[in-house]
Design a protein around this ligand. Structure first.
Ligand SMILES: [Fe+2]
Length: 412
């Protein structure tokens, strides 16, 4: 259950993180879209004195660092002119769009030193301002100059003297597309990756949840099967009701304090439940006999450890389960039964169960005596540490008693 809580918390945490990431993407993209919309509405100016003009053209304020060029060529002549004019001049201008976006709503402004008259013109709508500046707009105001393309226009002007442009200006708006921004593609790629990771995560979570549910069902089946077995064992001996379950619980608590992992404690619990399984091979006459047993009956009852070991010997899925049944009546000093093992020859699981078993036997009523007090059982454990019981495990059980962890009442 502890894991389940952790798992649910993590799913919630992950979902919160994904939500924050998506919101961040949306905020960045919205900011970017807003910026690009404003940029598209902005009027840029390319401006240069004739003296500053290079072959590359006029640098502009456009953040894409493109250049918009206003180039010019001219012819001039003095013959055949309308009386009063001395010079005829032809100008060709070029707008080269080297910026990353299309140029639209452009207007060129070329200033001249003195008066002149436009004789003819092409590609544009021309006007002359009060300060002798020539303005040129596109014929079709909806037509833009695409990125990388150029627009040519020109005119023939007549004047009383030679005219040379002083300054060029080009006002224009430029199309900024969000797709031009490298960060847009980065965010798009990041979003695709996030979505992929999120979907994978969600699919894995679902699979994991399904697996956990299935695992919990199996666990329930196991627990109920083992409890049923334990009830069968305890039903053989009406004076030891709940004995197997209590021994299992005590053994698990001891294992917990010995540093066993959760899974190992679970294993110890299962093994504790079936430690007396051999009793199903002992006749009811002896098991249910009121009063003390004679020597031969006692010898018969002792065989339950060998029977138990034999019953469980092929139960390989739960390591040590046969050892729990076979050796839980061995004593630390070697005077137990049935194999007379001593000290650490006795498997640890059996040494744990031995203490759990003895404590429950003492604190449960028998047909020939009442239940002994917890204090008495505690003192017996201490007294027999190193003879009957593992002297290192007894203090652990005593600690559990002193902390009120045992005995337990499983009917509560
Ligand atoms: Fe036993």
């Amino acid at each position: 259950m502890k894991d389940k809580g952790w798992f649910s918390r993590n799913i919630r945490k992950n979902r919160r993180i994904y939500a924050i990431i998506y919101i961040s993407y949306i905020l960045i993209l919205s900011g970017l879209a807003l910026y690009y919309r404003n940029m598209s509405e902005k009027t840029f100016v390319a401006r240069a004195e004739v003296a500053e003009m290079t072959e590359d053209g006029v640098p502009v304020e456009d953040p894409r660092e493109g250049v918009v060029i206003l180039g010019n060529r001219s012819k001039e002549w003095s013959e055949g002119l309308t009386p009063g004019f001395n010079k005829g001049m032809e100008y060709d201008f070029i707008i080269k769009n080297n910026t990353g976006g299309d140029i639209r709503e452009w207007e060129a402004e070329i200033s001249f030193a003195s008066e002149y008259v436009i004789d003819s013109s092409w590609n544009g709508i021309y006007g002359v301002g009060s300060d002798h500046s020539l303005t040129v707009k596109p014929d079709d105001p909806t037509k833009s100059v695409a990125s990388g393309e150029e627009k040519k226009f020109g005119l023939v002007m007549i004047s009383d003297k030679e005219q040379k442009p002083k300054e060029y200006r080009l006002y224009y708006k430029s199309d900024f597309r969000i797709t031009d921004a490298p960060i847009f593609w980065l965010i798009l790629a990041a979003a695709v990756i996030t979505v992929t990771v999120c979907i994978t995560d969600e699919v894995n979570n679902r699979r994991y949840r399904k697996l956990r549910k299935w695992q919990e069902e199996i666990q329930d089946i196991l627990l109920e099967s083992f409890s049923t077995f334990a009830n069968i064992i305890d039903a053989k001996d009406p004076y030891t009701q709940g004995h197997s379950l209590r021994v299992a619980e005590y053994a698990r608590l001891i294992a917990g304090r010995m540093g066993y992992s959760d899974t190992e404690q679970e294993r110890v619990y299962w093994i504790g439940m079936l430690h007396d399984i051999g009793k199903i091979g002992i006749t009811d006459v002896i098991l249910q006999k009121p009063g003390r047993l004679d020597n031969s009956e006692y010898s018969t009852i002792q065989t339950h450890v060998d029977i138990g070991g034999e019953i469980l010997k092929d139960f390989k899925a739960l390591p040590d389960i046969a050892d729990g049944a076979q050796y839980h009546h061995e004593r630390w000093d070697g005077k137990g039964y049935s194999k007379h093992l001593a000290g650490k020859e006795i498997p640890e699981i059996a040494r744990i169960i031995c203490i759990a078993d003895s404590f429950d036997a003492m604190t449960s009523p028998r047909v020939y005596r009442k239940a002994l007090s917890v204090d008495f059982a505690r003192s017996e454990l201490v007294k027999c540490a190193g003879t009957q019981f593992d002297p290192e495990i007894v203090p652990i059980m005593v600690g559990l008693i002193d902390d009120g962890k045992v005995p337990v009442n499983l009917e509560e």
